[in-house]
Design a binder for this molecule. Structure first.
Ligand code: ADP
Length: 227
């Protein structure tokens, strides 16, 4: 669950990046966040990851009040979410399997669990045949599938995807959103930032539009693929 209550962010430069934003995303929801460059989307994501703090207002994510979250609790909080970057951020010297297993190794997950969980998430994203490949042997769409598997491996309540289709071919973008939708169907909340209006129109669902630091639209629309 994500909740912003009257949240404003003013950077030290004096720029008001978010202005009195209120928003609630319930567990199990899928929401697109759209808005032009400079609208405040990245600022909102940084708030949700507790990379920055709100200047005023209350931010709650997965039951953690981020205003009050102590520094030493931040890693525990971050493990409740998965993050997918536009530029994949895979480790080039590691195979698909190792890139995903790495996430569990750093939190000292039992080896037996890693050996079971990693192939499972690889199969969820349909990359069984690429398990031993290195990132530079994969297409953009495949790299993003690995990144999604990596975000999933901790079984997070929430996945935040920041322009996940920004660096892949348009036709593969649909597959990536389909994959995220399938993950959402299994109960994970998904927040996807995008500027690709075609995708949003195609899939429909909840659309949150941020313009100049304010939410100017927050509604559920029908997609073109709906019967
Ligand atoms: P978006 O992700 O929608 O492109 P941002 O959240 O990055 O928008 O930016 C919102 C506003 O805040 C813009 O005017 C941007 O220039 C400004 N901004 C973003 N980051 C910083 C920063 N670290 N310091 C000062 N201003 C910033």
């Amino acid at each position: 669950m994500v909740e912003l209550k009257n949240v404003s962010v003013t950077y030290s430069s004096g720029v008001d990046a978010l202005n009195n934003v209120s928003l609630k995303i319930n567990d199990g929801d899928f929401a697109f966040v759209v808005g032009s460059s400079g609208a405040g989307k990245s600022t909102m994501i940084k708030l949700l990851l507790k990379e920055i703090d709100a200047t005023s207002g209350v931010v709650t994510v997965n039951g953690y009040n981020l205003n009050k979250l102590k520094k030493k609790k931040i890693p525990e909080f971050r493990r409740t979410l998965g993050f997918v970057f536009q530029d994949f951020r895979l480790i080039p010297s590691m195979t698909v399997y190792e890139n995903i297993a790495f996430v569990l190794r750093v939190i000292d997950a039992p080896k037996k669990y890693i050996r079971k969980r990693v192939p499972y998430v690889i199969s969820l994203v349909g990359l069984q045949a690429k398990s031993n490949s290195y990132p530079d042997e994969l297409s953009g769409g495949e790299k993003q599938r690995v990144a999604i598997a990596r975000a999933l491996v901790n079984d997070p309540k929430l996945i935040i995807a920041d322009e996940p289709t920004g660096n892949i071919d348009p036709e593969l973008s649909y597959e990536i959103v389909e994959l995220l939708k399938g993950i959402n169907d299994c109960g994970t909340t998904i927040l996807m930032v995008t500027h690709e209006h075609d995708l949003v129109r195609h899939f429909g669902g909840r659309i949150i539009n941020i313009t100049s630091g304010e939410i100017v639209f927050d509604e559920v629309i029908g997609g073109v693929n709906e019967a």
